[in-house]
Ligand binder design. Structure first.
Ligand SMILES: *[C@@H]1O[C@H](CO)[C@@H](O)[C@H](O)[C@H]1NC(C)=O
Ligand SMILES: *[C@@H]1O[C@H](CO)[C@@H](O)[C@H](O)[C@H]1NC(C)=O
Ligand SMILES: *[C@@H]1O[C@H](CO)[C@@H](O)[C@H](O)[C@H]1NC(C)=O
Ligand SMILES: *[C@@H]1O[C@H](CO)[C@@H](O)[C@H](O)[C@H]1NC(C)=O
Ligand SMILES: *[C@@H]1O[C@H](CO)[C@@H](O)[C@H](O)[C@H]1NC(C)=O
Length: 452
């Protein structure tokens, strides 16, 4: 049966004059998979990266890139490959699959390759294209989304925090910041990044999304890196800028609202109450005083809040509202804090609720004029030669009420008076004697003498 039908086929071909078709004149190309999107077709002189299987007519494999565990990279169309491949690969898109039939004169001819390819062999190739680039390729930057306001853009030596997805041209992911659950943080334009990204991040603004396509000569070159980035690979980075700053940045202060007739403003040592919202520049809200019953309280200049917030709260009047942009070196630094990522720029909205004039550092109470000459006698209200805590407290409160002096402002004046009493009651017996009582200014003077 089988022999009979073969004979029939031959005679049919004979009738059509094709009984001896002879070797193929040219490569036969079957494009059996063409991707929907084809941004570029391989041209003569392009570098390409691909996988292939090579078989004989009977299906026997003579070579395969897969067996070597690596893709093949090279220049197409310039005679470095067998002519059949040079021709058969031209015009391919990334991810396209082709079946090629290469006649012997476009392959290894009548000589073949000793021990591998016999003379006059027709070769069959299955090829999938993975990468196309040219040594003249420049970086390609596409803006995917840009915020409405872009007051400032990245320049050399700025420090940027961004998220990214990295893929090869064929769509294989090689790396992503999201998998590490943290932004990628780095200086731009100072050689920390591959050349392509040092260039690709220039001029980007906060919140922007960009696609940066980096040819291998601006990435990891012919050798690639690790097991995810092959040699001669084009890299696609989709980046989303979270924030950036420069190590020289001061706090940025924008006054949103300033009440009229504002002539008393905050200074160092003042005790203030304020409301605030704190967020990252991408809008992520971190903290807010509105989550608590009462506004935040602080003594300015007492190292109780980050430096940037402290300076942003100076020169404010009650009722004023500001937006502060605090760079990390005036915030929580490179290591961040609980709930604050390292090197993050912070945005504060602040509103000053109240302000009490402070006293110099180290003082709990100051006189507005000269202190009374006979201080002990004045304090000893019942004239019994000693001053217990309640007498001391009554005296100090009277001075404050009469405007003769003021206490260090705090949320708990009783505590301040108790501390003052504790300082004066040097032997801690619950009462101050005439010998014990000393003004701080005199004390300081004595100390200076001792030191001298
Ligand atoms: C080559 O052969 C391997 C094993 O059969 C197969 O997985 C791979 O898809 C083939 N490659 C091409 C380009 O056809
Ligand atoms: C940019 O500047 C405008 C006007 O000066 C201001 O309203 C806006 O808030 C600024 N945007 C950012 C992100 O700083
Ligand atoms: C990265 O990929 C994830 C998952 O597809 C996506 O949600 C995210 O927006 C991408 N990021 C960028 C910067 O393109
Ligand atoms: C500003 O100063 C003037 C004159 O000293 C005073 O009358 C006024 O009450 C002050 N305003 C405020 C808001 O303190
Ligand atoms: C904080 O945010 C809330 C909600 O947006 C707003 O009502 C409040 O005024 C903000 N506080 C300050 C100090 O700006």
């Amino acid at each position: 049966m089988a022999a009979g039908s073969a004979a029939l086929l031959l005679s049919l071909l004979g009738a059509l004059g094709l009984s001896d078709p002879g070797p193929l004149e040219d490569v036969v190309i079957e494009r059996y998979y063409i991707p929907k999107v084809c941004l570029r077709e391989a041209q003569m002189g392009d570098f390409i990266r691909y996988h292939y299987n090579g078989t004989f007519k009977d299906g026997k494999k003579f070579d395969s890139s897969y067996d070597r565990g690596a893709t093949v990279a090279g220049v197409v169309g310039v005679g470095r490959l067998i002519t059949g491949m040079d021709r058969g690969l031209q015009g391919m898109c990334v991810n396209e699959r082709r079946h090629l039939i290469v006649p012997p004169h476009l392959g290894y001819g009548s000589i073949g390759v000793a021990g591998l390819i016999p003379p006059d062999a027709t070769l069959y190739f299955d090829v999938v294209m993975l990468d196309i680039w040219n040594k003249d390729d420049k970086l390609q930057i596409t803006t995917l989304a840009k915020p409405e306001h872009c007051n400032r853009t990245v320049e050399n030596s700025d420090f940027v925090r961004y998220h990214y997805n990295g893929t090869l041209l064929d769509g294989t992911p090689f790396d992503s910041s999201y998998s590490k659950d943290s932004t990628y943080d780095t200086y731009v334009g100072t050689g920390w990044l591959i050349k392509g990204m040092d260039q690709g991040l220039q001029g980007v603004c906060i919140g922007e999304r960009r696609r940066v396509v980096v040819p291998p000569h601006l990435a990891y070159g012919e050798n690639g890196v690790g097991n995810k980035i092959p040699g001669s690979a084009v890299l696609i980075f989709d980046v989303h800028i979270i924030d950036f700053h420069n190590p020289d940045d001061p706090v940025e202060i924008e006054t949103v609202h300033r009440p009229e007739g504002c002539n008393v403003t905050t200074r160092d040592r003042d005790f203030i109450r304020y409301h605030y919202n704190c967020s990252l520049l991408d809008g992520t809200r971190l903290f807010s005083s509105h989550d608590y019953e009462k506004p935040q309280e602080v003594t300015l200049g007492a190292n109780k809040v980050i430096e940037g917030l402290n300076s942003g709260l100076l020169g404010m009047c009650v009722g004023e509202r500001r937006v502060l942009i605090v760079p990390p070196h005036l915030g929580h630094g490179e290591s961040g804090a609980r709930g604050v990522p390292g090197s993050a720029v912070l945005r504060f909205e602040v509103e000053l609720i109240s302000l009490e004039e402070g006293v110099p550092e180290g003082y709990l109470f100051i006189w507005h004029g000269d202190p009374p000459e006979n201080l002990f006698e004045q304090m000893d209200l019942n004239k019994d030669g000693q001053i217990p805590a309640d007498e001391f407290s009554t005296f100090i409160k009277t001075q404050v009420a009469e405007g003769k002096g003021r206490l260090m402002p705090s949320s708990d004046p009783e505590k301040v008076i108790a501390d003052m009493f504790g300082n004066q009651d040097r032997n801690q017996d619950g009462r101050i004697t005439a010998e014990e009582l000393k003004l701080k200014s005199d004390e300081d003077r004595e100390k200076v003498h001792e030191e001298l």
